[in-house]
Design a protein around this ligand. Structure first.
Ligand code: NAD
Length: 478
């Protein structure tokens, strides 16, 4: 089951076409272009698990796109649509994404062809552990070589099983926990990882709206506050992005598209209430406080300021691209726009904030988690109280001033509490993520605005990341 129409290039071909558009504008040494584009290796594993009295055979993949830096990194997806082409496309995007946000990894991706909703928790654990075993015994899960993370259909629970499976197979590896990221906090995870990709989407939009010239290109005005948003896929990425934009940035969520149709309400939808409804009822159907349409995809074409596809690849394709009204699309999912649709949207003047940047929050915080696991210490543990003690010195001085100046000056209420508090791990993670998203955006927009032959953020993003990968290869003497 693919969302990409049969007459359009496959997901991997789409990624390659976008890559080709960028390298045509670059001056790479002969042959290097192809070396960067091709996928180094894709491993297919077929394994049996005894379930409900019989052996069921599963098919899984782990693709390594580029080893210009190691370990390679990329999520593991559980979905019935998983196949080699998809995993290779996603692995390639990981290479470019890591390079763009300067996470020191090559690109990889994994997938298991399974609908997780068909199995109970115990069965899923057996399947996940067996898949992890098959990959780990071939070093396709390894703290120094290949570090998976969550993706569609997987989350903290699956990552904890994978970490434990690796640890059982490598009992003396002191860095075993760094073999996978996205783990629960009590199993070596990091604060802020669950919501990191959605948080990254929010930070990306905040950075976009800090540049009035860019906002103008999207034919929008003003700030993020008050913008009308439609989101497709209220899973990990879509839910957190929509929630943060609504609760913290004053956006109104006017549409939510899910598997079983879409909700639409111009006055705004309560994201948390819909999320709770989906958990209980398995979909958005029947949700009482917004109009429901069974033809969910039509809501992609509804009026809004910002469209956030956060579900599957290829949902904006040649069949609907010309009807998309959103002037700004942020690709929270990987590859939601096909290469053909990308051309149509560019012609129309739609601004697309590309996937390799927009959803890089996940791998960025995964990078922090990996570093935390290798250093065996929580971020902030050494300096937090020392920082507070130094701030106390300033507060003491200000308090003296307060007493001397009496009526003329006093400290702002709350200042003391806010200033005194040293940063904990979550604050440090958010700070690191925010910094990463700002710097990466600026590197893309510089190319977008400075080069006359670059007309969109995606091409700019490819140019920035391919340059970095090329520099790594050159440094290796290739
Ligand atoms: P998820 O499984 O948590 O959520 C996916 C959501 O999309 C679910 O709510 C599902 O019901 C919905 N969905 C599925 N098919 C749909 C359809 N046809 N129409 C509308 N909705 C549909 O997955 P996720 O982790 O949120 O990943 C979503 C996208 O974000 C994927 O493209 C993934 O590769 C990308 N991504 C995820 C992460 C991460 O950290 N989880 C990081 C980077 C990129």
């Amino acid at each position: 089951m693919s969302t990409i129409p049969a007459n359009e290039p496959t997901f991997r071909e789409s990624v390659d076409l976008m890559f080709n558009r960028a390298v045509a504008l670059m001056d790479l040494p002969p042959g290097l272009e192809e070396k960067i584009r091709v996928c180094n290796a894709t491993y297919t594993v077929r394994f049996g698990v005894r379930l409900r009295g019989q052996i069921t055979t599963f098919t899984g993949y782990r693709s390594v796109h580029s080893e210009h830096m190691e370990p390679v990194k990329g999520g593991i997806r559980f979905a019935p649509s998983v196949h080699q082409d998809e995993v290779e496309a996603l692995a390639a995007l990981m290479t470019y994404k890591c390079a763009l946000v300067e996470a020191p990894f090559g690109g990889s991706k994994g997938g298991l062809r399974i609908d997780p909703r068909d199995y109970d928790e115990y069965e899923l654990e057996q399947i996940t552990r067996r898949f992890a075993y098959e990959l780990a015994k071939r070093d396709m899960i390894h703290p120094a070589q290949n570090v998976p993370a969550p993706d569609m259909g997987t989350g903290e629970r699956e990552m904890a099983w994978i970490a434990d499976q690796y640890a059982r197979m490598n009992t003396t590896d002191i860095n075993a926990r760094a073999c996978v990221t996205g783990k629960p906090l009590n199993a070596g995870g990091i604060s802020g990882r669950v919501e990191a990709t959605g948080r990254g989407v929010q930070y990306a939009l905040r950075e976009f709206f800090r540049h009035p010239e860019d906002v103008k290109v999207a034919k929008l005005t003003g700030k993020l506050d008050g913008k009308r948003v439609i989101v497709q896929g209220l899973g990990n990425v879509g839910y957190h992005a929509a929630k943060f934009l609504r609760d913290e940035d004053g956006c109104t969520i006017v549409g939510i598209i899910e598997r079983d149709g879409a909700l639409h309400d111009e006055s705004g939808i309560d994201v948390d209430a819909v999320y709770a409804w989906i958990l209980k009822h398995g979909g958005v159907s029947g949700y009482p406080d917004a109009a429901h349409t069974a033809e969910g995809a039509t809501v992609l074409e509804a009026e809004c300021d910002i469209l956030i596809p956060a579900a599957l690849e290829g949902v904006i394709n040649l069949t609907n691209a010309d009807r998309i009204k959103a002037p700004l699309i942020i690709e929270a999912a990987n590859g939601p726009i096909t290469a053909g649709a990308d051309d149509v949207l560019r012609e129309k003047g739609t601004v697309v904030i590309p996937d390799m940047y927009a959803n890089a929050g996940g791998v960025t915080v995964s990078y922090f988690e990996w570093v935390k696991n290798l250093s065996h210490i929580r971020f902030g543990r050494m300096q937090r109280r020392q920082e507070e003690a130094r701030h106390q010195l300033v507060i003491d001085e200000l308090q003296r001033l307060d007493e001397v100046l009496g009526d003329q000056w006093s400290m702002t209420p709350n200042f003391k509490d806010k200033y005194l508090r040293g940063a904990d791990e979550l604050e440090l993670v958010r700070s690191g993520l925010d910094d990463t998203m700002r710097i990466a955006y600026q590197s893309m927009r510089e190319v977008w605005h400075d080069r006359e032959d670059v007309h969109d953020l995606r091409t700019a993003a490819y140019i920035v990341s391919i340059s970095k990968v090329a520099a790594s290869y050159r440094a290796k003497g290739l």
